[in-house]
Each structure stands twice: as C-alpha cells, then as structure tokens.
Ligand binder design. Structure first.
Ligand code: GLN
Length: 492
C-alpha cells in the first residue's frame, strides 16, 4: 500500500487491529518516506529505524494476541526535548549532542506502554527558545508547505514531520506557544494542555513554571488519541496534578458548538502587525462557528500589552537557572584543554550554547541578580497574576476565548528578525502559559501565498475535552485539516 500515511490515527489503529496491514509494514512505510523526503525538510535529528522495526514486530505480536491497546503499533515522532533511554536526546543543542539519557521521559514511557512505535527524535529551536526552528547546530527545518519558509517553533520539527507525513502524529512542548504556533504555520491541530496535565518528568526544562507537553497532529481526533496517552498524574513531577483524566476520544462529540459562548478580546484584533489575511481567515472561521450555533461575545483583556514583557522576563529568568546545570562537568559538551575550572565553565558554555540561548541566560541572570530582582522578576510575577485574573474574569461570561495563534503566517527562512521583532510574534500565545490555561490551534485556511492560517481557542482550566470537541465538530463541517502540502502527496 502506498497511501498508509493518508489514514487518520483511528483508521490506522483499526487497520492494524483488523490485520489489513502490520505495524512493520506501516513503520517501514514511514521509514521509506523519511529516507526519500526528509533531506529536503530536515525534520529528524535522529531516525531510530532499527529500534522502530523491533518495536513494530513486538506490536505485531501483541496485536495477534488480541491484547492490543487503542494505539498498539502506531508510529510516532518525539520532540528531541523528551529524554529517550538509549537514544540521543539533544534539546536541539550542541551542548547535548552527545547526551544519551539513562531513562525515558514519562511521556515517552507512556507511549511505549501504549504500544507506540518511535520513529525518531525531531528538530526544534535550541532548548525550545525560539519561534522558527532555524537551529544553529542542526540546521533549519523547512515548512512542508513551502520549503523556503520556517515551520515555526520551537516544536517546528514536530509540525514538519506531521505536515510532510513523515510521522502520523508527534509530541511537542509549549512554554510560550511552541505547540500552537508551529501547528498554525504548518496547517495542523495542536493542543497545549492545562499546566500540570502532562508530566514534565524527563522533558528538558526551559521555563519550568510554564513548560507543558502536548499532542500535534492533523485533526482534533488524532490529538485526542495522543492526549489519552500523554495526560495523567505522575509522582515524578511534583507539578503534575492528581486529577482524574478524561477519555479525550470518547468525549469527542458533535454538540460542543451549539450554545457555546466565544469571547472575542477587543484588544486582540487591532494589534499592529496582525496580517490582513490571518485576520480574515480567523474571522471567517468564527463566522462558521457562529453558523454552527456559537455566540460571539466581545470581551476585555486589558492586560494584553503586558504579555510580551512579562513572559520575556520570567521565561529567561527560569531558563538561566535551569541551564546552569550545563557546565561541562556533569552533562554534555566540554571544551578542549581547559586551563582551570573557570575556563572549563566559560568555554564549555560559550562554545556549547547558541546565540539566542546565551542571550536568554544573560537577560535572565540580570533579572534575577540582587539589585534588579524586585524591580524586574518580582514585578513580573505580580503582573503575571493580574494576567491570570484577567482571564478568570473573562471566563465568568464566556466558555472559550478566540484569537489568532500568530499575527502572521510562516516567516521566510533567514528573515533574520531582531530578537524583539521575533518576541512580538508570540503576542497571542504567551498569556496562556503565564496563566497555565489550555489552548488549541486549528487550521482555518490559507493566506495569499498558500501558507496556512490558524485559529486559537483558549479554554478555562481542564477544558481539554471541550477544546478538542469544538475543533472536532468544526472539522466535521470543514476540510482545512485534510489539506496536504505537495511534498506530503509524494510517494516513497
Ligand atoms: N517563542 C517562545 C520563546 O521563544 C515560546 C517558545 C516555547 O514555547 N518553547 O520563548
């Protein structure tokens, strides 16, 4: 079969269970596609062909016994920020190019228990800091819709593998938009769960109070399958919440939109830099939801001007602390011939980290230093609380909040935006992480250059099932999520 990669996750799982094809055939199919196509996309850092085929054979044996779980034998790609036992985990950094984890991240372990087959580890912005996946060490990942454009970031490899059909779905992480923005740039569905819903154990830390893993796939239904694997309490992560997990697949329904009150923040649609095509597509999708029975309600999110400065203080502050462990002694890259311990630290860190990571460490260290702590870090924490309260007040009157996921479509590779221009591109995603809320991106059409546009829906805490259901119902009434880039139409 040449078109296995066109199946939805549900169809793939059904095909495996009814023995229309084996996990080995399916896995080999993806490995062939990777071998033929990924030279042009540059999405995989590591392809684990041998292990994948062994896992596929094991899955086929389980499938024969009739003891298979919902996803036994389905392939997946993991963002290279999740530790994988025995397989290199780089976090997209030269610093960790030689790091092989002695254990699996909880998300990876859960995937194994569910019978998923790991195809490999995919590219990202270094340590998840960035929005383009133009990685300084592993090279730029390309947007499958137009290879001259970026796939977004930091989970750009995860988005690119799905959009090019080099994996049926992928894990991503989102600290300030890194699931939603690449999903938007690549025409995919991506869910950033409530903080604490998915374990961070074994996920290399960027900004621990905001980092959250989640699924990236073509449809809300596909994401629901992966959420069923990823979500849940983990005693190895003290910030993971001990709260019953929904069955996200069983909860998908066709009744989520009727009567739904969608908040439209008046500050969000007049932002300078909001692309006219993006605005138009998002408004069309909201009109569609209105036709399906939703009510649009104007709301006030008066803290919106504070999102970018608040996030870009707190995230670097946490990053500077988290990344202090990479010192050339215990992990990863070590400079050659250090003259003394200080020289070892200095050169290992300046040779091992790329420019953006160094910039964040410098900003974060500055914000946390004795004379500036109160003026910057403490103040940002106070503003963070106000941003959260802004959302909670809005949710007294609406069920979800709509926004673009990004003000533009995918940038050109090498556009070389200044750091502040780049940070402004995160305007629509950061507040969700500051507040710990869940949010989803859904593809809603294309701009004049045939690049995808995404709608973001922000929900109240623990509303993942609701967000997935709204997008699922939207996708049953539209076909944007079924559109494929030309490169995905190629056969291996
Ligand atoms: N672009 C944002 C940043 O650079 C978000 C990244 C992320 O969510 N990991 O920090």
């Amino acid at each position: 079969m040449t078109d296995l990669h066109r199946l939805s996750i549900r169809e793939m799982a059904e095909g495996l269970k009814s023995a229309q094809f084996s996990s080995r055939e399916l896995t080999q199919h993806y490995l062939n596609r990777i071998a033929k196509i990924d030279d042009r996309v540059n999405s995989y850092i590591t392809v684990t062909a041998e292990q994948a085929l062994a896992q596929a054979d094991a899955a086929d044996a389980v499938l024969k016994t009739g003891n298979a779980t919902a996803l036994t034998g389905v392939p997946i790609a993991h963002k290279d920020i999740f530790c994988t036992h025995g397989i290199k985990t780089t976090a997209g950094s030269k610093m960790l190019n030689n790091f092989v984890s002695p254990y699996d991240a909880t998300v990876v372990a859960k995937g194994k228990t569910a019978g998923l087959v790991t195809l490999g580890k995919v590219n990202m912005d270094e340590f998840a800091m960035g929005s383009t996946s133009e990685n300084p060490f592993f090279g730029a990942t390309k947007n499958p819709w137009n290879l001259e454009h970026v796939p977004g970031g930091s989970s750009g490899g995860s988005a690119a593998v799905v959009a090019a059909d080099l994996a049926p779905f992928a894990t991503g992480t989102d600290t300030g938009g890194s699931i939603r923005q690449p999903a938007s740039f690549c025409g995919l569905t991506g869910l950033k769960p409530t903080y604490g819903r998915v374990s961070r154990f074994g996920m290399i830390a960027y900004a621990s109070s905001m980092d959250q893993g989640g699924p990236m796939a073509r449809s809300a239904e596909d994401c629901a399958y992966l959420m069923n694997v990823m979500a849940g309490h983990d005693e190895k992560d003290s910030t993971s919440i001990n709260k019953e997990v929904d069955d996200y697949v069983a909860n998908l329904n066709g009744t989520a939109v009727k009567g739904l009150r969608i908040g439209i923040p008046k500050q969000y649609f007049n932002v300078q830099g909001l692309d006219a095509d993006v605005k138009a597509r998002v408004e069309e999708s909201l009109k569609k939801l209105e036709d399906m029975g939703a009510t649009l309600v104007e709301i006030d999110l008066s803290m919106s001007e504070a999102y970018v400065p608040t996030y870009y203080l707190i995230a670097p502050a946490e990053a500077s602390s988290n990344l202090s462990r990479f010192d050339g002694v215990r992990y990863g890259y070590r400079c050659e011939n250090p003259t003394d311990i200080l020289d070892l630290y200095k050169r290992s860190r300046s040779e091992g980290f790329g420019a953006e990571v160094q910039r964040r460490i410098l900003i974060g260290t500055y914000a946390l230093s004795a004379g500036y702590y109160d003026a910057y870090y403490v103040k940002a924490q106070k503003v963070r609380r106000l941003i959260q309260q802004d959302f909670l007040k809005a949710f007294e009157n609406v069920d979800v909040i709509a926004a673009p996921s990004a003000p533009t479509t995918a940038y050109k590779i090498g556009a070389n935006l200044s750091p502040t221009e780049m940070y402004l591109g995160d305007i629509y995603t950061l507040a969700v992480n500051l507040a710990g809320l869940p949010a989803i991106n859904a593809p809603v059409g294309f701009d004049a250059n045939s690049l995808p546009v995404g709608l973001q829906l922000i929900g109240n805490y623990w509303s993942e099932s609701q967000l997935l259901s709204i997008v699922h119902q939207y996708q049953q009434n539209t076909d944007w999520h079924t559109k494929r880039a030309a490169i995905a139409e190629e056969n291996a």
